[in-house]
Ligand binder design. Structure first.
Ligand SMILES: [Mn+2]
Length: 314
């Protein structure tokens, strides 16, 4: 019995100390030698409605342990993914961002410092939110030119009112303005609560908006082809892009959303076409979820499958 992945152990999902996919835990980023690092951003102070997404990283990690550290077999493709990336240490868990309640600027700097440190080492940065506000400091920490694609029911491009700048309804207004962000593509948009002014502002800042009805007219490859092949790409996945029925543990869930297969196939097409340097998955709220934790499980499922395709195309 050498570690928690030891082959002589049964390792049921409820047994062991949680890291994502039972990956090695690396406490010191300076010492990290990996190709991909996963971390939690347990922050939900920017949620205007029900809090609780701060509990998501812990919950998603637990549900990730239902998958094998030796990857998964896709029966449709007859292909094994992530067979050795965990055991070889290519994927490691680097823990959680230190969150400082009420000290927003330093919390945001702690988040940016993580993506900055990881990208300076050439490591793919994978973040588990938190609410969607965390995507701005995450992408702000990336110093190289990058194309951003967001999967979301909402634009998250709300104007600044009453000196509120960093709610979870605003991150893409700030992301679109970052000098290193070469383009912004917003996919799955459908909420009746998106205001016309938000759409106009996003388009004025160069955002390419793909409403859900347009999305359904396109193949996954056509969506990926909106971005220039081979260039660096960051993917932000708001779990509310999926249909409301799939995500009971998401306060911003909306009807008429994507199926899992539609999201998965589009992520696969992006992994095939683009150089994925990071992604986040946000807005899972375990405090609202059903008892099976299906929203956390779906989040882990989405991440594991996307990670598999990222490595398959490296
Ligand atoms: Mn969002």
């Amino acid at each position: 019995m050498t570690n928690m992945r030891g082959v002589d152990r049964v390792n049921r999902a409820f047994s062991g100390i949680s890291t994502f996919l039972r990956a090695n835990y690396c406490e010191d980023i300076a010492q990290l030698q990996a190709e991909m690092a996963i971390f939690g951003v347990p922050f939900d102070e920017a949620s205007p409605f029900m809090p609780g997404t701060r509990m998501a990283p812990r919950s998603i990690r637990e549900h990730s342990m239902r998958f094998s550290p030796s990857g998964f077999y896709d029966i449709a493709r007859q292909q094994h993914f992530l067979a050795s990336e965990i055991t070889d240490g290519k994927i490691q868990d680097v823990g959680d961002i230190d969150i400082l309640p009420t000290n927003l600027s330093q919390t945001m700097e702690n988040i940016s410092a993580m993506t900055r440190q990881l990208r300076r080492k050439g490591v793919i940065a994978v973040a588990m939110g938190g609410d969607h506000s965390v995507s701005y400091p995450l992408i702000r920490g990336i110093e190289e030119p990058v194309h951003v694609i967001q999967f979301d029911a909402h634009l998250d491009f709300a104007p600044v009112q009453h000196e509120m700048h960093y709610t979870n309804g605003q991150p893409f207004r700030h992301i679109a303005a970052l000098p290193q962000v070469k383009s912004l593509t917003q996919v799955g948009i459908r909420s009746l609560r998106v205001r016309p002014g938000e759409i106009a502002d996003a388009q004025a800042q160069g955002s390419r908006i793909v409403p859900v009805n347009d999305f359904r007219q396109c193949s996954p490859q056509q969506i990926a082809a909106l971005l220039p092949a081979g260039e660096k790409c960051y993917v932000s996945i708001d779990i509310d892009v999926l249909d409301m029925a799939l995500v009971p543990g998401c306060v911003s869930a909306e009807p008429d959303g994507l199926s899992y297969a539609q999201l998965r196939d589009t992520l696969c097409a992006l992994a095939e076409r683009m150089d994925i340097i990071g992604f986040d998955l946000v807005e899972v709220n375990p405090l609202l979820d059903v008892a099976t934790g299906m929203t956390s499980y779906l989040a882990a499922h989405t991440m594991v499958e996307f990670m598999g395709h990222i490595f398959a195309h490296r």
